[in-house]
Each structure stands twice: as C-alpha cells, then as structure tokens.
Write a protein that binds this ligand. Structure first.
Ligand code: B12
Length: 431
C-alpha cells in the first residue's frame, strides 16, 4: 500500500505470496485487497454468500425425522424428543430465557445412567442435522465402553441451559449437550459441546466445560472431540464437579513424545483372562514379589487381598476396558482398573525393562486366582532404550506409601494393551 492508503492492492506490490501463506492458517478474511476505494466484487460477493449461509443456518428447521432415525440406529435406545418454552423460531431468537426452560419433559424416563446426551438445535439446526448423529456415534464408541449411557434426548428451540433440566429428568450423573453454535461468516454449521456434571436447573455456566468448533473436515474431528470429552468426563467424576475447576489435559497428554512409555503393558490374551477372573471374582490386583518359586511369577489377587508394602512400586494400572493400540484418555476406574505392583528389590533389578504381562498354558502359582484355569500369567520383558530411560528420570514411579497417601500415576501417553508379547518387542520371559 502507499502512504495515502489509496495505493495498489497487496498482490500488485508483490505481496501475494505472503498473504497466500497466511490465508492457509486462518479462515478469517485477510488481505482482501481493493479496487480503487472499494472492496473487490469477488470479496463482496463471497461475504454476502457467507452471510446468507449463516442466516439460513439459523432459520432452517432441524431435520427432526432424519435425526431421530439416525440417532435411534446408534443402539443407545429410542431418543425422546422435547422442546423448550419458545413456541416458534422467532420467539426463540427474541427470548433466550424461554429457550432455557422446558415445555414438557414427560417423554423422558429417568434412567439412572452415568452419562446422558442431549442434541439441541441451538442457533444452527443445520449444524446438528449435518454433524449430530456422526458426533454422537463417535462419543458413544469411546464412552460406551466405560460408562452406562441413557437413551439420548433431542431438544428443539433449545439453549445450553435446557440441558440442566433434561439431564436432571434423565437422572444422569453427567450430561453432555451437543448444540448448534451461532453461525459465523467462516462456518455456519459447527457443533459445540457443553458438559455439566450433576446437572440440575439453575447451574451457572461456570459449572460447565465447553468443547467448541466441531465441524470436520476444517474444524475439530469427531474422534478428537470424543477424546477431549472422555478426558473431561473422567476428570469430572474424579473431581466430583465440572466447570472452572476442571481442566482439559487431553492436549498436553498428546505430547506423547515427551512422556515415558508405560512400565507395564498387557497382551490381549492376558486382558481376556483378567476380564474372566474379574467377572467371576470382582476387582483385581497383580503383584510380582521376586524370590523363588511362585515369587518369580506375577500373582493375581482380589484387589486389596495382598497388603502392599510402603516400598513396593506401582508399575502401572492396567485398563480392562482398553482396546489394543488405544491410547488411554484417563486412568481406569472401578473393576476395570488392575494395579500392577512389584516389590522394591525386584523393581531395582528390572527398572530398565518394560514388563509385558502375558498368558501361557499351565498351572498358575499357588495363590494366584488363575490357578484352576489351565493358564498362568507370565511376565515378559523389553529392554528400554537410552532415550526412554532418560524420560523416566523426570517421572519416578509411585511407591506404596505415596499411593496410600492418595497419589495417582499419570495417564499413560501410549497404548497399554498390545496384540502379543513378541510384537511388543518382548525378548524373553523374566526368570
Ligand atoms: C455467544 C458466545 C458468548 C456470549 C454468550 C452470550 C449469550 N447470552 O449467548 C458471551 C459474549 C457472553 C460469551 C462469553 C464467554 N465466552 Co463465549 N462464545 C460465544 C460463541 C460465539 C457462541 C456460543 C454459542 O453459539 N452457543 C450456543 C447457543 C445456542 O447457546 P446459548 O445457550 O444461547 O448460549 C450459552 C453458551 O454459549 C454459553 N457460553 C458462551 N461462552 C461460553 C464459554 C464457556 C466456557 C461456557 C461453559 C459457556 C459459554 O453462554 C450462553 C448463555 O448461557 C462461542 C463460539 C462458538 N464457536 O461456539 C464462544 C465460546 C463458547 N466462548 C468462549 C469463552 C472462553 C467465553 C468466556 C469464558 C470469555 C471470557 N474470558 O470471559 C465467556 C464465558 C461466558 C459464560 N457464559 O460463562 C469460548 C469457550 C472456549 C472453551 N472451549 O472453553 C468459545 C468457544 C469461543 C472461543 N473459540 O474461544 N460467549
């Protein structure tokens, strides 16, 4: 541009390449140039088209029949359909307060489930029509393995806070509202998710967490959004609340390169046997004590049956709900969690190796729960490389006294279930 502001458009002064590379990193309208004193016709037309799309997205009614049948097909139960006290789209836009109050919730049955999903048209029914069912499917795939999920609810002329009434009527511990976000001039069909733990009417926004801009391919992908929500759900359950005290750690956890490998992983076969034992007996724990005879095998006990010593080392917590190759989003809870302990002296001998819990035919150690099953647990080992060992310097494992005092290990940044021991690099079984 020239000093009087009437100069040539940016590309005429050779700046085109600069603007092009900047445009690649934002959907904002930057470096549009001008024609004389006016904007270029192309920019004006593009702006008007985006504005028309945004207006249409607000006013276009939700495809309720289509969404209801797509949601019903997900196998979460027949969705209930409710509406707010706003009696029309026009009233909804003029009276946000009415969009936060339910007209009638009698279609909802209290399920007592851990999680509930509410799909709300919000300010972009178009967004829900485009993304609602796909996003819900991704959420259910990740969360359905760990939590009970109530039949979904679809709400029209709805604002975020309507989810508090609906969540309370569903009787769920945590409600997740999927809602069409106010359209902007770069995206008209984007879904926001608002998570509220222990929902009840009157909750302020400070009690919620928001995950916004779900609109693949440009925005957040469904699976990434589900991963963030899974971390928030686990965090809310541990904390007992959502909102400003609950932080999203999923993005920092994804800095996997800076995190140590888990010290213990399990094969699919070991997890299958653990699940069988868990289903029959209840929560489990494993302990590798060292010494002779049974001591060289990992012993499987009912959780709490073996008294852990102050100097015993917690190698990790196996997750019986985890899939092979899946990177955990949170520490496992309840009977899915199997802590793996090793005695202090054994740890000193094996601290340079990753332990891979496996299963072989045979008879388990005397007190170990798998003894009558015709299989026994076996620990294989993979020697850590120098870079991996360096990562451990910053993250020493917890000992019994620390866990007793309430400490919890970090969420592993790598998969903890492996297809088989050899594929995981196991050199041998521990002697
Ligand atoms: C409109 C808007 C606002 C308006 C809301 C006014 C109103 N009465 O509607 C105002 C300007 C007040 C606002 C303020 C804030 N906002 Co705002 N807001 C938006 C926006 C542009 C659209 C939201 C929307 O369409 N919601 C759907 C409609 C249908 O819901 P609604 O019931 O009508 O509106 C409710 C929610 O939108 C909610 N809300 C708005 N912002 C936020 C932020 C958080 C963290 C929560 C829990 C709720 C919330 O407040 C409304 C009233 O209850 C989004 C951008 C986006 N892509 O979604 C950002 C967005 C949601 N806001 C954001 C933030 C950070 C805030 C503030 C914390 C900013 C600040 N530092 O003060 C505050 C928090 C306000 C609050 N309610 O607690 C972030 C959230 C980031 C995150 N993942 O947590 C977003 C995604 C913008 C961004 N990309 O950074 N916001």
């Amino acid at each position: 541009m020239t000093g009087d502001g009437r100069g040539p458009v940016p590309d005429e002064i050779g700046a085109q390449d600069l603007w092009q590379s900047l445009r690649g990193s934002t959907q904002a309208r930057i470096g549009l140039g001008r024609s004389g004193d006016a904007q270029r016709t192309q920019s004006v037309l593009e702006f008007r088209a985006a504005h028309a799309l945004a207006r249409d997205a607000v006013h276009q009614p939700l495809d309720l029949a289509g969404l209801t049948s797509q949601v019903a097909a997900l196998g979460l139960g027949a969705p209930a359909v409710v509406t707010s006290q706003a009696s029309s789209r026009s009233e909804y836009l003029r009276r946000p307060d009415l969009g936060r109050l339910p007209a009638d919730l009698s279609a909802i049955s209290a399920s007592g489930a851990e999680l509930g999903f509410v799909l709300c048209d919000g300010l972009s029914p178009t967004a829900l029509t485009q993304h609602g069912a796909g996003l819900l499917a991704a959420l259910a795939a990740v969360l359905g393995k760990r939590y009970t999920i109530a039949p979904p609810v679809i709400a029209t002329e709805a604002r975020v806070a309507l989810g508090d009434h609906i969540g309370a009527a569903m009787g769920v511990q945590t409600v997740i509202v999927l809602i069409g976000e106010r359209p902007g001039l770069s995206v008209a069909a984007s879904v926001g998710m608002y998570l509220t733990h222990l929902p009840r009417p009157g909750r302020p926004d400070a009690d919620r967490n928001c995950v916004s801009n779900v609109h693949p391919p440009e925005g957040l992908a469904y699976t990434d959004a589900a991963r963030v929500i899974a971390g928030l759900v686990a965090g809310a359950r541990q904390l007992g609340r959502s909102g400003v005290d609950l932080k999203d750690t999923s993005r920092t956890d994804s800095l996997a390169a800076r995190k140590p490998q888990p010290r213990v992983v399990a094969t699919v076969a070991a997890c299958d046997l653990l699940r069988t034992l868990r289903d029959r007996n209840g929560g489990l724990m494993l302990h590798q004590s060292g010494g002779c005879c049974d001591g060289s095998s990992p012993m499987c006990y009912l959780d709490g049956e073996f008294i852990v010593g102050d100097r015993d080392v917690l190698l990790g917590i196996l997750d019986l709900a985890a899939e092979p190759g899946e990177t955990p989003v949170a520490l496992p809870e309840g009977a899915d969690a199997v802590p793996v302990w090793i005695s202090g002296p054994q740890f000193d001998a094996w601290r340079h190796t990753q332990l891979i819990l496996d299963v072989v035919p045979g008879r388990g150690g005397g007190f170990s729960l798998e003894a009558p099953e015709g299989y026994r647990f076996l620990t294989r080992s993979r020697v850590f490389g120098p870079a991996e060992l360096a990562e451990f310097d910053a993250a020493p494992p917890l000992v019994g006294a620390e866990v007793e005092a309430g400490a919890r290990p970090p969420v592993p940044a790598f998969p903890v279930v492996v297809a088989d021991g050899e594929a995981a690099g196991a050199a041998c079984a521990l002697p």
